[in-house]
Design a protein around this ligand. Structure first.
Ligand code: AMP
Ligand code: ZN
Length: 460
């Protein structure tokens, strides 16, 4: 079976057929780097990381680009508010974003183009749009004329008439049509700017992605992704510009993730209900956050809650406990492979709820398997599934002892207490042994007395 993906453009699930199977290309709109990413922003990073892993397991050469938007009015405002130079601010938050995503098990993309490194490409595209009659100059701005592209609106399903009717009253009067959008705008002396044929200024947001994807991946790309809110206007506009310049299809499969909500409200800076990845990582291991993000199908809304976090933590613990019990099985690298049914679930438009349900059944099977061949198969399948999903990357023993944030314990202290308890038991001082066990339990440590040794782990 081939990979199937829901394509926003055709509004249907389709078999994935790359233009060139020897070079599969994917572009995902990345962060605007002026503050910490919230967990909603992490959803597309994790969803497309999963797709990237899946594609890499099928195709030899996958080129994944996720850009960094390092010029934007929000960045200019944030830098002015903090007094920090713009490039220092964007470099700092780029770094934080990379570290946060790595903690969520997100592989670095192959390319991470930055908008400010692509001014020449953007200017060239805008010139081509002007030459082709798709753009016009007005009060120092260059604007895209949406009426010049009859297919405009095809991605989001909006017609120009709808847009006109829905346009807010404060449409700038230099625009010919309410839907026209900025390709280039003038900068004042205190704003960052680049020289261009239209004076010193800066690009609009949409042109960045059109220019960077064309430069690095080619004029037609296989997959373009992002959150659902980007369908309109961002992706609609990218599509219009790219097609008008290159005169060939821009994207074969448009893939969009649904929103992460809190108490059913969209998580966003304007709602003031954001939880940053950075803060969450102080309380939970990244793998727990990743598992919550994969617990709903990517196109469905996902409601963030403490209960979901707790459940994910317990689920992962069960998996690691099971792997610890399979410790005696030593695998050769090529044996590690995801079970076919789990792979098929993921290849069916990334059905993670189904894949995670299957993972739980392998864990149950592993817990009761006694036959060495079956134990071997199950461990190979569990680790293979983990690799495809970006989970189970830790040594079971280390995971079970690690905890996060408030849960973290000092392993040396725990080991010393266990040794003391063992001595007390040997001396038949059971009161003292019980007291030490209680003390460990209070620290959130569970101990298990086995034949000859006492093992321990963090309680969930
Ligand atoms: P932004 O930094 O706002 O441009 O967002 C970066 C990425 O996060 C985009 O792909 C957005 O669509 C996505 N995004 C923003 N908020 C959410 C949310 N609450 N749930 C899911 N995706 C989101
Ligand atoms: Zn974009």
């Amino acid at each position: 079976m081939s990979i199937r993906l829901y394509n926003t453009l055709t509004r249907s699930k389709q078999a994935f057929r790359p233009g060139d199977p020897s070079r599969v290309t994917m572009y995902v709109c990345g962060p605007t780097v002026y503050n910490y990413a919230h967990i909603g922003n992490a959803r597309p990073a994790v969803v497309f990381d999963l797709l990237y892993r899946l594609l890499r397991s099928r195709y030899q050469n996958v080129v994944y680009a996720r850009n960094i938007t390092d010029i934007d009015d929000k960045i200019i405002k944030a830098a002015a508010a903090s007094g920090e130079p713009i490039d220092a601010l964007t470099a700092r938050f780029t770094d934080i974003y990379r570290r946060d995503m790595a903690a969520l098990g997100v592989l670095p993309p192959d390319l991470e183009p930055r908008a400010t490194d692509h001014m020449d490409e953007m200017v060239a595209m805008i010139e081509a749009l002007l030459d082709g009659g798709h753009a016009y100059l007005a009060e120092g701005h260059v604007l895209f004329d949406v009426t010049s592209h009859p297919a405009y609106g095809e991605l989001s399903g909006r017609s120009l008439d709808d847009m006109e009717a829905g346009a807010r009253v404060e449409v700038e009067d230099y625009k010919r049509n309410p839907g026209d959008f900025v390709l280039w705008k003038p900068s004042t002396a205190d704003q960052p700017g680049w020289d261009s044929p239209w004076g010193r200024g800066r690009p609009g947001w949409h042109i960045e992605c059109s220019a960077m994807s064309a430069k690095h991946l080619g004029a037609t790309i296989d997959i373009h992704g992002g959150g659902r809110d980007l369908v309109f206007p961002h992706h609609e506009n990218e599509l219009a510009q790219s097609v008008c310049v290159h005169r060939q299809p821009f994207v074969r499969y448009w893939v969009h993730n649904g929103f992460l909500t809190v108490d059913r409200d969209k998580m966003s800076k304007s709602e003031g209900n954001t939880l940053t990845v950075h803060e969450l990582l102080e309380q939970f291991p990244g793998e727990v956050l990743r598992l919550v993000l994969m617990s709903a199908h990517y196109r469905q809304p996902l409601d963030w809650s403490d209960a979901a976090l707790q459940q994910a933590r317990e689920r992962l613990n069960r998996m690691y406990l099971s792997l610890r019990e399979l410790d005696e099985v030593e695998l050769d690298e090529p044996e590690i492979d995801a079970p076919v049914d789990l792979r098929e679930a993921l290849e069916d438009d990334l059905n993670t709820p189904k894949a995670l349900g299957l993972l739980a059944t392998y864990v149950n099977r592993a817990n009761s398997a006694t036959d060495p061949d079956e134990r071997r198969r199950l461990k190979a399948g569990l680790l293979g599934a983990g690799r495809l999903l970006g989970l189970l990357g830790h040594e079971p023993e280390a995971w079970l002892k690690a905890g996060a944030g408030r849960q973290r314990v000092d392993a040396e202290v725990v080991e010393a207490l266990i040794a003391e308890r063992t001595r007390a038991r040997r001396a038949a001082d059971f009161d003292q042994a019980d007291r030490i066990r209680d003390q460990l339990n209070e620290m959130g440590v569970i101990i298990e007395d086995g034949a000859g040794e006492t093992r321990w782990r963090i309680a969930t």
